[in-house]
Design a binder for this molecule. Structure first.
Ligand SMILES: Cc1ncc(COP(=O)(O)O)c(C=O)c1O
Length: 304
């Protein structure tokens, strides 16, 4: 991490520091994104995935959760990202983390009239979860924070305590990741991933009304499944017991990419191996995000 974007300009990473009195640090009053850039060695190119969509979601998060707006448009933020990536010069897969946050040094809650700022850093990043072998998950005892508690669809730094508690519980109990239920006890999502079920050759995923994050990869998966495999996705409430009887299960997300789930609560999904549709979706997803499928080139922003 050589350079970051901080207080309106690109600076050496070590100079991008905030005070311990910073409002977002104290109260979780920030909104953020996670974006991936994939390095394609043959093309000597880095492709950033769905860059504009991520900044559009950041703008929505800012207005819903911080009652504020960024000074830059999504296109301008995309340009800053490309500039920051070029300056860092990475020739490997990276993760990009933009944060819009209440930056004032101020004791006291509230949002209105509290100054905000935008920063962004980039880090080399490989697999977040085991995408080749698949993972073992548990259904968490923590429920997904509801739309009565925080605005639906916003990616808020403070609410990630909910995800962190679920993830920590899963790791403590010997699992790799957690699935959180909604307040209605139906399946919501993973701690940082959306969830898909495959049953009888069909795809099923919880709807956005389940207080899940409206994942960008979730939409990519539905597009790929429909266009490349002719499989339509049904968005409907999913009961917990449907997890155990699924033919295949997988998580998707910027970090998780497409991660097969081979076991839930110590029950194998089918034979406990990565299923064929999940494998196929992984192949076409990785081809698309590496700039190998012309049809999906509009998903990607080349850096160099
Ligand atoms: C709670 C949660 N759900 C789902 C996702 C997947 O969203 P996306 O595909 O936009 O990365 C994320 C990742 O940001 C997340 O944190």
């Amino acid at each position: 991490m050589k350079y970051a974007y901080f207080k309106g300009k690109i600076v050496p990473f070590k100079e991008a520091n905030i005070s311990i009195m910073n409002h977002a640090f104290n109260y979780g009053t920030g909104v953020f994104e996670g974006i991936r850039g994939y390095w394609n060695q043959d093309k000597k190119q880095m492709f950033v995935v769905k860059l504009k969509d991520h900044f559009d979601r950041l703008q929505r998060s800012a207005s819903l959760a911080l009652k504020s707006s960024l000074r830059q448009t999504s296109d301008e933020l995309a340009d800053i990202t490309v500039e920051l990536l070029k300056k860092n010069g990475y020739r490997e897969d990276v993760y990009i983390r933009p944060i819009f946050y209440k930056s004032e040094e101020k004791i006291g809650l509230g949002l209105l009239g509290i100054k905000d700022d935008f920063c962004m850093y980039v880090s080399p990043f490989g697999e977040y979860l085991n995408i080749s072998k698949g993972i073992k998950v548990c259904v968490s005892s923590w429920w997904r924070i509801s739309a009565q508690s925080v605005p639906q669809g916003a990616k808020i730094t403070g609410t990630y305590i909910n995800s962190s508690l679920a993830k920590a519980e899963a790791l403590e109990r010997g699992f790799d990741e957690a699935i959180l239920l909604s307040h209605e006890r139906t399946v919501a999502e993973g701690s940082g991933e959306n969830l898909f079920i495959i049953k009888d050759g069909k795809l099923l995923t919880p709807p956005l009304s389940e207080t899940i994050l409206p994942g960008i990869t979730r939409v990519c998966v539905m597009d790929l499944a429909g266009q490349e495999l002719g499989i339509k996705t049904t968005e409907r409430q999913v009961a917990q017991n449907e997890l155990y009887s699924a033919d295949e299960l997988f998580f998707c997300g910027t970090g998780a990419q497409i991660t097969p789930i081979v076991n839930v609560d110590n029950t194998d999904i089918k034979d406990g191996k990565v299923g064929p549709i999940t494998k196929k979706l992984q192949e076409i997803y990785f081809s698309a995000v590496h700039g190998e499928t012309a049809r999906y080139s509009d998903w990607l922003t080349p850096v160099y």
